[in-house]
Design a protein around this ligand. Structure first.
Ligand code: HEM
Ligand code: HEM
Length: 178
């Protein structure tokens, strides 16, 4: 189950990069690329990943309590992974309502105000923490050796992409103020 969850998470990560880069290009008014099926497939996979992850976490905590060796329940990295995951779940609701809604078959934009900008930046931050804390476990799941340089490469790329997405939200906010 851990392996399946790892594969789903890796697929979500790739889809997230594609969706985020397209989204930022859209918000910067550079290219109007909207791939709805990608967004909703990613959302569905995240739901599956969240359910499996919560299940695995409950099992780990139970085993630790049973064996009277609850060391990792005190492990900050263990909890950072879980708290950032739950934060993503909470903040995705603000993301899905940040741009617009459909009414009678017509898509209406909603003004992208400061509240929306702040919630979207918090959303990106929680995703950043989740990815940073999970890159090494993911590489271990896939049996990658020489973890450090590989994790460094991935994190460098992800940081650049997250920065690009954040700039996208800021430019979109500025465009709404003009
Ligand atoms: C943008 C969305 C997300 C991405 C890109 C993502 C990515 C990942 C990755 C790459 C891993 C490492 C998998 C491995 O160890 O093989 C992971 C683990 C985990 N994720 Fe996510 N995730 C996302 C959303 C969520 C959400 C919404 C939750 C909510 C509960 C969550 C909870 C967890 C937990 C608890 C783990 C650790 C599982 C374990 O120890 O086996 N993730 N995630
Ligand atoms: C876990 C991460 C994310 C998920 C699950 C997600 C999911 C979605 C979904 C389902 C929609 C369609 C909403 C609708 O039809 O009303 C959407 C739209 C959008 N998202 Fe995301 N998103 C994520 C992260 C991001 C990030 C970080 C950006 C930043 C660039 C972004 C930019 C956009 C934009 C610009 C739209 C509106 C245009 C479009 O539909 O492509 N998304 N997102």
């Amino acid at each position: 189950m851990r392996k399946i969850n790892g594969i789903i998470a890796a697929v979500v990560l790739v889809m997230f990069v594609v969706h985020g880069v397209f989204g930022a290009l859209n918000m910067m008014n550079i290219a109007p690329i909207i791939v709805k099926w990608l967004s909703y497939t990613m959302l569905a996979l995240i739901a599956v990943h969240a359910v499996i992850s919560v299940g695995l976490s409950v099992r780990s905590v139970r085993t630790a309590i049973k064996t009277k060796a609850p060391y990792f329940t005190k492990n900050r990295l263990f909890w950072s992974r879980r708290i950032s995951g739950l934060l993503i779940l909470a903040l995705v609701a603000f993301h899905l309502t940040a741009f617009g809604y459909t009414e009678g078959g017509v898509f209406r934009l909603v003004p992208f105000d400061l509240f929306r900008l702040v919630t979207q930046i918090l959303f990106i931050l929680s995703i950043a923490v989740h990815i940073i804390t999970n890159v090494k476990p993911m590489l271990i799941t896939f049996g990658v050796k020489r973890l450090r340089p590989k994790a460094g490469d991935i994190l460098f790329f992800i940081s650049a992409v997250l920065l690009f997405m954040t700039i996208g939200f800021i430019i979109y906010y500025i465009r709404w103020q003009l």
